[in-house]
Design a protein around this ligand. Structure first.
Ligand code: HXC
Length: 515
């Protein structure tokens, strides 16, 4: 064979392989509003940057006539490329080939690109669109999942791991995304569940649609399994690109620095955002924007546990992770979901060298039978653990309420915040004046000739004595009581002087966070 005919032969082989499941299957895929695996990769990666590997890998199934079937690329596309200039390793399951089902070789392709990502120290992006374990391959398919989960776990905290759910992701397959750092879902396209509607109907007699059981909105709002929700695949890719500008390639690097920008102080004036009535809610995201570069803020898990806000912003060009109580949702109280949401984010920032800025305004942990029975003790402890363990620079600003366990949990100086600032409006105490007066002065109030008047007096007495920042400041628990409009400047200075911070936690195999 001449070189010419060999190159022609390669072209022909590639053409066949690149067709995936063929025209009919591609049409079916498009009819459901989905892109093909390669279209997705090309839309997400920088133009011309994608290099595909293992195009000619074949499945190893032998049973149920599988040995007679050709599955191009074994239903998954893998390769390397760049996203906004950042190198990445990527895979996308090809639903047009046997429903993107995961057989042994399909899994080995994923494992190989994950191993590359670990060696090259680049983020890994996995696009999921699959009917799950390839039924004809039996235990070999299950083995493939195990191999992936193991790698997800080993890569955790070393390289950022991104999961994009663009189709079904069912059964045990959901556990790879669950082990990764950021899960992206798209409305009416993503589905994630351990057992689908049919099984639920058979076992429990309950009827529910796929969408209501595990659609994008469910995971973005209720289960908290998803971090980013988009209306379309294209919007989802834009979200991923935006995220990449804030995070480093791996745990040995810092996120890229950008040119510093001033906040948009005309639209984000603290005086007009922050109410003078301490009982009034406000949107903490506007406070974040009043101090972030260009008033930009990339919120994560926006729809889940809205009583706490997490996300990335830049200050003086550098990435910062914000964790902030949201007085505009349930008064910003800490509950099981808020604790889980914040703790995981804190650990991501700590693993990837991103300083943490905490904004505090909350009445404490949420009381109630539901919360106690749901394990608010165990979940709430996750924030304590995550903040205590974090060694990145930690700056806390107390805006208003800092009551009880919440005061400690929201990165207090006791959990080794490097700097704690308080606004003059801060109220730092064991509990709110109303609750405190009712407990401490119960006897006096009850025995008083005018209990209502006495209660009011005692509430006022408690408020004056404790509901301020000065008692905490007198013990050095607060480093400085500052004017609200000085906050950005104080945070910038704190981050600047913390640049060479070095703290080493005690040597151990690993800690035992309250999972
Ligand atoms: C083999 C599969 C497959 C699978 C789909 N296909 N899922 N082949 N193993 N798991 C094939 C179909 O046979 C079909 O092949 C093609 O993919 C497209 O599937 P359709 O059913 O035509 O597509 P659609 O109507 O869109 O339905 C998609 C689906 C459905 C909802 C995902 O296919 C489905 O319910 N599949 C089975 C899901 C499942 O039970 N998976 C196992 C989960 S358990 P042809 O040749 O007809 O085009 C699991 C355990 C993992 O994953 C444990 C890890 C620890």
């Amino acid at each position: 064979m001449s070189i010419n005919s060999k190159t022609q032969d390669l072209k022909k082989r590639m053409q066949i392989a690149l067709q995936g499941g063929g025209e009919k299957a591609i049409e079916k895929q498009k009819a459901t509003g989905k892109m093909t695996a390669r279209e997705r990769i090309l839309s997400l990666l920088d133009e011309g940057s994608f290099h595909e590997y293992d195009l000619f890998v074949q499945h190893s199934g032998k049973d149920f006539d599988m040995d007679k079937k050709i599955l191009p690329g074994d239903g998954v596309v893998t390769g390397t490329g760049t996203v906004s200039g950042y190198p990445v390793c990527i895979y996308a399951q090809d639903f047009t080939v046997a429903g993107g089902s995961l057989g042994y070789m399909h899994a080995q392709k994923i494992c190989k690109i994950m191993d590359h990502a670990m060696k090259l120290k680049t983020p890994i992006i996995g696009i999921n669109d699959s009917g799950g374990a390839r039924i004809q391959e039996g235990v070999n398919a299950l083995a493939g999942y195990g191999d992936i989960f193991y790698r997800n776990t080993m890569a955790s905290g070393v390289i950022p791991q991104i999961s994009v759910i663009l189709g079904p992701c069912a059964g045990g397959a959901v556990y790879s995304p669950a082990l990764t750092d950021f899960v992206f879902v798209v409305d009416k396209i993503s589905n994630m569940f351990i057992t689908g509607p049919d099984v639920i109907k058979t076992v429990l007699g309950e009827e529910i649609s796929k969408e209501d059981l595990g659609g994008a909105r469910v995971h973005a709002e209720i289960s908290g399994n998803a971090h980013f929700f988009a209306e379309s695949e294209q919007e989802c890719f834009e979200q991923i690109k935006a995220l990449f500008t804030y995070i480093p390639w791996n745990n040995g690097k810092k996120a890229d620095a950008f040119a510093a920008k001033k906040p948009d102080v005309r639209n984000y004036k603290i005086n007009s955002i922050f109410p003078s009535d301490p009982a009034k809610p406000y949107d903490i995201r506007n406070i974040i924007k009043s101090m972030s570069d260009g008033s930009e803020f990339l919120e994560i898990q926006e729809l889940f546990a809205p009583n706490i806000v997490i996300g990335f912003a830049r200050m003086n060009g550098d990435t910062v992770g914000f964790v902030a109580n949201q007085p505009g949702a349930m008064a910003g109280v800490l509950d099981c979901n808020a604790s889980d949401k914040a703790a995981r984010f804190i650990r991501f920032c700590d693993a990837f060298n991103i300083p943490l800025v905490t904004l505090e305004d909350m009445p404490g942990y949420l009381p109630g039978i539901d919360q106690e029975h749901a394990g608010v003790i165990r979940h709430g402890a996750k924030i304590l653990y995550a903040y205590s363990e974090a060694t990145v620079p930690k700056v806390t600003v107390i805006l208003r309420k800092a009551y009880g366990g919440g005061y400690i949990a929201m990165c207090s100086s006791h959990l080794k915040a490097d700097f704690v600032f308080a606004w003059p409006t801060a109220e730092i105490a064991v509990m709110g004046p109303e609750g405190a007066a009712n407990v401490v002065f119960r006897k006096e109030i009850k025995e008083s000739e005018n209990p209502d008047k006495t209660r009011k007096e005692k509430i006022e007495e408690y408020r004056k004595k404790f509901a301020n920042p000065y008692v905490a400041a007198s013990y050095g628990y607060v480093d400085a009581v500052i004017q609200p409009n000085e906050t950005r400047q104080y945070i910038l200075h704190a981050l600047e002087v913390s640049k060479n911070k070095q703290v080493t936690n005690p040597q151990k195999k690993h800690g035992l966070p309250p999972f």
